[in-house]
Each structure stands twice: as structure tokens, then as C-alpha cells.
Design a protein around this ligand. Sequence first.
Ligand SMILES: NC(=O)c1ccc[n+]([C@@H]2O[C@H](COP(=O)([O-])OP(=O)(O)OC[C@H]3O[C@@H](n4cnc5c(N)ncnc54)[C@H](O)[C@@H]3O)[C@@H](O)[C@H]2O)c1
Length: 358
Amino acid sequence: MKTWKIGLAGCGGIAEAVYLPYITRFPNMEMAAVCDIIPERTKTYSEKYKVPNWYASVEEMLDKCDIDIVMDTATIQAHYDINMAALKAGKHLYSQKPVGLTVEQVTDMINTAQSAGVKFSASPIHMIRPDIRWAQHMIRDGAIGEVTMVRASMAHGGPEYFQFREVDPTWFFRPGAGALYDMGVHALHCVTGLLGPAKAVACMSRVSEPRRTVRSGAFDGKPIDSDQLDDNYIITLDFGRGMGLIDTGFCIKAYRTPSIEVYGTMGTISFTDDRKNPLKVYADIPERGIRGWIDPMLMERFDLDFFQCLCMKDLVDAIEQDRPVGLAPEHARHVVEIMCKIPVASQNHTLETLETTF
Ligand SMILES: NC(=O)c1ccc[n+]([C@@H]2O[C@H](COP(=O)([O-])OP(=O)(O)OC[C@H]3O[C@@H](n4cnc5c(N)ncnc54)[C@H](O)[C@@H]3O)[C@@H](O)[C@H]2O)c1
């Protein structure tokens, strides 16, 4: 059995929360190197997680270390350069979201991966979630009839409010990042994953909290000017006959609305927060005498601690079996196109046509 050597770029919150402590649970994966532009962070992570090599840049890591896969967990603004460096060096790639900032950037990465003959897996991980996959199958099988609308609510109070952070969260409020690219990307992946490519997008958005203060961690109390990018969005999507409605941003401290609901002519699929019972289905099938909520039993287990690492299992399985990755970069590109057209739609009060598909 081959052991796949992984080099991680970006020693921040997500790297520590969901990858570094867990990745070596896979017997065929090894953390070979970490890198970050802040050398102290690289050294600390390499010692804490017993990673043998650490570097001050992705270029140095690619140059000096024998790795098979690059895992990009750096800031959003850095993804394109890191991803292109990895792909051009002939490494397989898993990139945190969004993998790039424009359709052209994502196309560049897809083409480079193809020419290099490597696999490119694009976060977020929703399309390998058992509950999303199951809902997708139910929708395709017509279990709730024809889908008329999907609604998604995916927001939080902002990284400075919501997360305990060792790294300064100011970059989340600077061009190239923002609430849409950090949070909206999740909702857009889910709804397009469930319903397929959208045809057009409209949006209302604004800056609702122009000044913020870090609420915990190493930068507790630091003020942040957060008026450069919108932080509060209501997005509508045209799927042809079905419609999508998404609220997202950094302006909701807490909510109890289901994260996703899909409405069809014969019922509803509602996502819950209960990992043992993640879906509730309302079925209206008069010929079978069914009209009400049912609790379907999910046949795959959610291991929450470990779950985010499944993107790496999917990537390695895709390499070994020479099959497409579960987190398709073409899907990510469609979401990037939607995110690029949202500010235009919002500023001009227009419905923007979408061209990409997946
Ligand atoms: N999937 C999720 O649920 C989830 C949750 C949080 C964050 N994220 C994503 O993960 C990524 C990182 O977020 P985070 O919260 O860990 O951020 P963070 O600020 O905690 O860490 C980012 C790290 O990247 C480093 N970095 C910046 N430029 C670099 C470069 N050129 N080369 C190497 N390292 C570089 C920074 O120094 C920092 O240490 C973002 O893309 C974010 O959207 C995903």
C-alpha cells in the first residue's frame, strides 16, 4: 500500500481544527510538511503535530520536500497562487474554499491539473456529506415530486465573533475574502449541489456592521474596520422551474432556522442539526395513504471530528482508482461565477445570467 505524503500550506485555524490532529488516522496518509508565511506558526504546528518538515513558503516546500499532495488551508486571497504552484509542480491538490476568485482562475487550475495529470479536489465538502448525497438522490428519484424551491440559511456572527482565533481575522474583511466568499460559498454549494447549475442570480446585500471588535483569542479586543465589503446577503437563484433563496453573511449571531429545506410538489426535505437524524422528510403520497413527517434512517455514519478529513480519503481514493473526485472543481467554478455576479446584481438591481455549468 502506498503512503501518500501530504504538504499543508497555511497553518491557521482550520488546519488545526479539522485536519492536523486527525489526518494520520488514515493508514495510507502521512503529514510530510507544513508551511506558512508566518514561520513561528509553521514551527509550532510541526512540533505539535510531529510533522518532520516545515517551510516559510509553498515554493520552498515544493522545492525541498518529497510530497504527493498539497493541502491548501491558507487565507482565501492566497489560494490561487498556492494552488497553481502545486499543480504546476505536478502535485495532487485539495484546496480550501473558494479555490479561486474568478471563473478564469478556476479554469486555469482545472486546465493545469488536467495537463499535469493530477487530481484537483475543491472544498467545501458538502457534496461528500452523507445527508446531502442522500437528499440529492431523493430529489433525483422524485421522492418529493418536482422541486419548486430550495431555501438555505448559512451565516454566523463573523469570524471575529464566532471563532476562537490565534490568527488575526482582519483578512476576512478585506478584498478577495468577505462574508460571501467565506460563508455564502457553503450555501451556494449546497443548493446547486442539490438542484444542479443555476441559470441566473439576483441579490440584495449591504454592509450591516461597518465596525467590529474581536471577541476572543490572541487578538481579543482588536477593532476591525469592516466597511469595505458587504456582510449581509439575500440571494435568489433561478433554476428554471425551481427557485433558490439564500440568506448568508456575518450578521446573524444565532438562529434556529433549518440550514436547508427543499420544497417539492409531493413533500419537503428538511435538514436538522442532529447528526444521528440529519433529515426529516414530509411526504404527501395520497395513493399510499401517507401525508406527514417521517424520520428516515441515514445508513452512513457521520463522524464529526473526523468528517472534514474525508475530503482527503476521497482524493486519495480518486487517485488510486483513477476516478473523478467527489468535490468537483467544475462545481466550485459555477459557484465562483455566481459569487462574481452577486455584487453586480446587487449594485444594479439586476438578474444576472449564469454561463458555467457542471
Ligand atoms: N471549511 C470550513 O468549514 C472552513 C472553516 C473555516 C475556514 N475555512 C477556510 O480555510 C481557509 C483558512 O481559514 P482559517 O480560518 O484557517 O484562516 P487563518 O487566518 O486561521 O489561517 C490562515 C493561515 O494561512 C497563512 N497564509 C496566508 N498566506 C499564505 C501563503 N501564501 N502561504 C502559506 N500560508 C499562508 C496565514 O499566515 C495563516 O496562518 C480559508 O480558505 C477559509 O475560507 C474553511
